[in-house]
Design a protein around this ligand. Structure first.
Ligand SMILES: CCCCCCCCCCC[C@H](O)CC(=O)SCCNC(=O)CCNC(=O)[C@H](O)C(C)(C)COP(=O)(O)OP(=O)(O)OC[C@H]1O[C@@H](n2cnc3c(N)ncnc32)[C@H](O)[C@@H]1OP(=O)(O)O
Ligand code: NAD
Length: 725
């Protein structure tokens, strides 16, 4: 393969008259323009050769295709790649050359057929797959739409309702389901895939099997009136679930066009809309997230050293509270044997009970069988001492946030655990060097910062001190992958990356409320921006105990930029501690439904009198845009500090940390990506102005000041960062 080209296809013509075209573009045989243009040439040759009766398309190395090469979208967005004529691939190549050919095509699908991969196969006249194959159109997840005819062919093959479900949820189906839906014609073992596909193709030639042109099928489509109703409902749901995104609705437009005006017009609409969505900001954000998420496991100086992860056979967890039980659940769900240590029988039983409840909820929802439940629970053993720690490969400490307790535990661990054992802490804020102060094991001390609920939340912040060995990071990255978390490796400091970004967000909200802004309007504006909930609803959910413990660490370590509000401590004095006590910033009913509380005013006024803050008429009347700026620009400011200090090596890691740890909307690309979409100059000027009016909490850091003054992108690499990695 030419080093400048991305992938290719190869064609082999057998003595049986079947031309087998193989898609080759490792690792997932994505459909780059090179692959697609090669495919076109192969087809032209196959159609012109007299010794070819039929064609089979397959993918190399057990994968049909993971879809269009996503980096092609980035290149089109950046203007580094020339766009082909609208519809050239989907209409000229896939429809008019391949589907309309005089010779039939059969897709032989192993592994994956996603996005453009499935679309290519749907233009074939039959599809044979192996049992493990995954079939789906996940394009909306990337901000694009199925653009190789998927909006037209999928409803015609599986029916409108199922097609909408597959497209709108981006969830793939397995081969068996695909077979029962009519998407797949036969499911055969891997070893028989190619022979079956070849035979099938010849059977079509001989008319022993039907020659089906998916685009012309109508038997699965509902009558027009019904189709319009189904689409109306889908539009309503989409508007509710993705209010800030245009592309799902544009996709529905293409789908509807095909049903109302016929598939050819539908294909044209799909091509037109497909090319428009590429330049949407939300699409740019989602594509950035796709690559950034995969980039978090690439840590310079760590993962480029050829180190292999060691096998972690057994894990111990200290503390079976909220976090310890969640972490234990995540580990046993991925088949790690776990020892859970607690202080006494009662707490141990409670901890094991929490793990049980986590799994039972899966059984209730039907996602786990009773047998699997028993088998998974059997991996968990309780303990009240360290005796059973002698053969563990990793310990994760998850006791309360208390430095001296954690220091004692780490000193004990050094005595009881084997020399190779990784000593991890789930602390959310405490400096790991302090935790390991009383040990000589600094090279194996690491942060394994999970987010609550640990068995559900996708992020794992791996915190590395200056002493943590690269091997330990590689091991933990591997554990993270096995328990299906997205890891982000960060340097050691108070709060690490996520909590450092989180803190100014909640603080800014408290600041605004003390100056007269309405907390419920702030929550509403922030939710509309795309966060799962606003800062006040979040404080209620997390609980005021945790909020105060975190604030204490920040006040101690970053006093110059901490806004000390008394609202939460005052409420806590009155036994209002958030959702758990049914009273916090909101009132909660039996169903955990939150309702604004008129009494809240009382606490705000008292806090205001303590801090001496005055109501500021400007802040009382903030627009939604101003609320977002005043709550999120301080987050950008802190993210800049984290980046400049080398706590994060790549700005993209902060994007993923913000999305997965804070719930920042993925379609905004993450905190740094979003900031750059607004422009460093503007953010700097706003913070600078606020800091002059309202004080140092808003003061732009040196990094932001430097880049902002030049209007330089905030996510460009830091050249001489004092890297902590
Ligand atoms: C005028 C207008 C002109 C317009 C022209 C363009 C027309 C475009 C029409 C679009 C047609 C089509 O409808 C659009 C698509 O097909 S979009 C792509 C749809 N496919 C997907 O969304 C799949 C994305 N990938 C995955 O979900 C997973 O990667 C996986 C395939 C399930 C494999 O998962 P896993 O084994 O966990 O491995 P990784 O995720 O880590 O991936 C391994 C590496 O592969 C890279 N990768 C994966 N998929 C793609 C892809 N489609 N394109 C490019 N690269 C891909 C991934 O980045 C990893 O790379 P690294 O190892 O380097 O990190
Ligand atoms: N709660 C969160 O949202 C969250 C999120 C991320 C990280 N964290 C961090 O995780 C840690 C645990 O937090 P949590 O919310 O699970 O606390 P928790 O109070 O729910 O649980 C702590 C548990 O540790 C046990 N424990 C105390 N001393 C022990 C000892 N010597 N040996 C064994 N067990 C002992 C306690 O009995 C208790 O059950 C803290 O460091 C916290 O900062 C919490």
């Amino acid at each position: 393969m030419d080093s400048r080209t991305k992938g290719k296809t190869v064609m082999e013509v057998g003595g049986d008259g079947v031309a087998v075209i193989t898609l080759i573009n490792p690792p997932v045989n994505s459909l780059s323009f090179d692959v697609l243009y090669n495919l076109k040439s192969n087809y032209e040759e196959a159609l012109s050769r007299n010794d070819v009766k039929a064609i089979v398309i397959t993918g190399a190395k057990g994968k049909f295709s993971g879809g269009f090469d996503i980096s092609g979208f980035s290149e089109i967005q950046k203007g580094t790649m020339k766009e082909p004529k609208v519809g050239f691939i989907s209409i000229d190549i896939i429809t008019d050359l391949l589907e309309a050919a005089r010779k039939p095509s059969v897709a032989a699908i192993d592994g994956l057929a996603l996005g453009g991969g499935l679309e290519l196969s749907m233009a074939c006249h039959a599809r044979i797959s192996t049992p493990g194959a995954q079939l789906g159109l996940p394009e909306l997840q990337l901000g694009v739409i199925p653009g190789f005819g998927g909006t037209q062919r999928l409803p015609r093959l599986v029916g409108l309702t199922k097609a909408l479900e597959m497209i709108l949820t981006s969830k793939p189906v397995r081969a068996e389901e695909g077979h029962s839906l009519g998407l797949i014609d036969a499911v055969v073992p891997s070893a028989e895939l190619l022979t079956t596909a070849r035979r099938w193709a010849l059977d079509i030639v001989e008319r022993r099997k039907p020659w089906i042109t998916s685009l012309l099928k109508t038997d699965k489509l509902p009558p027009l009136g019904e189709a319009r109703e189904i689409l109306k409902f889908a539009r309503g749901q989409t508007r509710k679930q993705a209010p800030n995104m245009k592309h799902p609705l544009m996709c529905l437009d293409a789908l509807e066009m095909g049903i109302v005006s016929g598939p050819r017009v539908g294909l044209e609409k799909e091509a037109e809309v497909g090319s428009q969505v590429i330049s949407l900001d939300t699409t740019k954000g989602l594509i950035h997230v796709f690559f950034s998420q995969r980039g978090t496991v690439k840590v310079p100086g760590v993962t480029d050293r050829g180190l292999m992860p060691r096998k972690i056979k057994k894990v111990a967890i200290i503390g079976g509270g909220l976090m310890g039980s969640g972490i234990a659940t995540a580990l046993i769900l991925s088949n790690y044997p776990v020892i859970l240590k607690e202080v006494n029988e009662k707490f141990l039983e409670a901890g094991i009970g929490r793990v049980k409840a986590n799994l039972q909820s899966r059984v209730r929802k039907g996602s786990m069988s009773k047998e699997k439940f028993e088998k998974t629970m059997s991996l968990l053993k309780g303990s009240l001492d360290y005796e059973s720690f002698r053969d563990v490969d990793m310990v994760i400490e998850a006791v309360i946030e208390n430095i001296s307790l954690k220091q004692q535990i780490f000193a004990d661990l050094e005595k009881y655990c084997p020399q190779h054992c990784i000593l991890a802490s789930n602390t959310s804020t405490i400096d790991l060097n302090k935790i390991g102060e009383r040990t000589k094991s600094q090279d194996r001390i690491v942060g394994a910062h999970f987010f609550s609920p640990a068995h559900v939340m996708p992020l794992l912040e791996i915190v590395r001190t200056n002493h943590t060995s690269a091997q330990v990071i590689v091991d933990l990255l591997d554990v993270g992958k096995k328990i299906k978390k997205t890891p982000v490796v960060v340097g050691n400091c108070t709060g690490f990356a996520v909590n450092r970004m989180f803190f100014p967000y909640t603080q800014a909200a408290m600041f605004l409320v003390e100056r007269g802004a309405d907390p419920y309007l702030i929550d509403s504006a922030v939710s509309k921006f795309g966060m799962p909930m606003g800062p006040f609803r979040l404080c209620d959910l997390v609980g005021f105990g945790v909020a105060i413990a975190t604030a204490t660490q920040f006040i101690e370590n970053f006093p110059e930029r901490t806004y000390k509000s008394m609202i939460i401590p005052l409420m806590q004095e009155d036994k209002r501690a958030g959702e758990a006590t049914r009273k916090g910033f909101y009132l909660y009913d039996d169903k955990r439904k939150a309702k604004p509380d008129p009494e809240l005013k009382k606490y705000i006024e008292k806090a205001r009198s303590i801090s001496g803050a005055n109501v500021d008429p400007k802040l009382v009347k903030l627009s939604e845009k101003e609320i977002i700026e005043m709550t999120f620009f301080p987050v950008v400011n802190e993210a800049c500090r984290v980046f400049a200090e080398g706590i994060a090596v790549k700005a993209a890691d902060l994007d993923i940390a913000a999305i997965m740890g804070m719930g920042f909307p993925p379609y905004r690309g993450g905190i740094m990506f979003w900031a750059d979409s607004i422009g460093s100059k503007y953010i700097y000027s706003r913070l600078d102005e606020w800091s002059k009016t309202y004080g140092d909490f808003f003061k732009p850091c040196a990094f932001l000041a430097e880049r902002g003054s030049k209007g330089a992108p905030l996510s460009a690499p830091v050249e001489q960062a004092r890297s902590r990695l």
